[in-house]
Ligand binder design. Structure first.
Ligand code: ZN
Length: 300
């Protein structure tokens, strides 16, 4: 059976990186944050600047006419690949597609939830000038919402993933039942038709050089770690969420979990976010068109 793999998680959790690594296979296809084409929320989402650097992209020229309900089937059949990877992350999209795919029963569905330990996630914000601890804590609500929607998933810790890519990616591929070879994580060796997502890995597609994904803490931050660890450790809600993720961590699971008997559902937050989606389609957030400035003009 062909596969649809979702890589989800908070911002800066590594979902774009994992999407591209898994899609680095002649029989695989990385979609990127494809939901933004069907449900645009930024000004840059109304035109496709594909990661292949060709404008307009010949692959997406045809695919963009397909409706969101047929997207995966069309790609799997039309491009004759065995699996697609979608790093859209937006839970309303992930829930809708999970429900749709599971009721059709034509494809196997996998949800991967990338996560960072609190100090590691906080450091990603801290070095960008956001020292607020509450901001990091709020990010974990993403996983609470996913859990409340009863999405079956396997959790993947980012720091573990990047500590030994050959081993972690092999384990990930084994769980998903897709091929693995040494060096599969060198995703830039394949031409991808990848949309939006984290800009670092997308830029790497063109620079074609290995990157060090292990984010070492600065000396200044290292001195602050004990205090932050104490704060995060004393937050029972955060610890509860982390426990849930750790119990479903790939390191603790032998195989992908069975779908729950009750199935995926749409909790209250889903409807609030859908209303927001419709508002943003009409009044999208302005965003600098980085893809056009750095990819199309520079590389094509
Ligand atoms: Zn393309």
């Amino acid at each position: 059976m062909k596969r649809v793999i979702f890589t989800n998680g908070t911002a800066r959790c590594g979902s774009t990186l994992v999407d591209l690594i898994l899609g680095n296979d002649p029989r695989g296809f990385s979609l990127g944050e494809v939901s933004s084409w069907f449900r645009p929320w930024r000004t840059t989402h109304f035109d496709i600047k594909c990661g292949c650097g060709v404008y307009p992209c010949p692959v997406w020229h045809e695919l963009k006419k397909v409706g969101e309900e047929d997207l995966y089937s069309e790609i799997l059949d039309r491009l004759d690949v065995d699996f697609v990877v979608d790093s859209s992350k937006r839970l309303t999209w992930v829930i809708d597609q999970n429900i749709r795919l599971m009721s059709a029963g034509r494809h196997q569905v996998f949800n991967l939830f990338l996560y960072k330990d609190p100090v590691s996630l906080h450091y990603s914000h801290w070095k960008r000038g956001h020292t607020d601890v509450a901001r990091t804590t709020r990010e974990y609500h993403y996983y609470d919402r996913a859990i409340s929607a009863r999405l079956p998933f396997v959790a993947v810790n980012y720091d573990w993933l990047v500590s030994n890519m050959d081993d972690s990616v092999r384990r990930l591929c084994g769980l998903l039942g897709i091929p693995h070879w040494e060096g599969k994580h060198c995703f830039w060796k394949k031409q991808h038709h990848h949309l939006w997502g984290s800009f670092g890995p997308r830029k790497q597609l063109f620079e074609k050089n290995p990157s060090n994904y292990r984010e070492g803490f600065s000396d200044e931050y290292r001195r602050l770690i004990p205090g932050y660890e104490k704060m995060f450790g004393e937050d029972p809600d955060l610890q509860g969420t982390l426990k849930f993720l750790q119990d479903r961590d790939i390191r603790n699971l032998g195989q992908y979990p069975e779908h729950g008997r009750l199935g995926v559902r749409r909790p209250v937050f889903y409807y609030r976010q859908r209303i927001r989606d419709f508002r943003l389609r009409l009044f999208p957030q302005w965003a600098a068109d980085r893809e056009a400035a750095t990819i199309r003009d520079r590389y094509v």
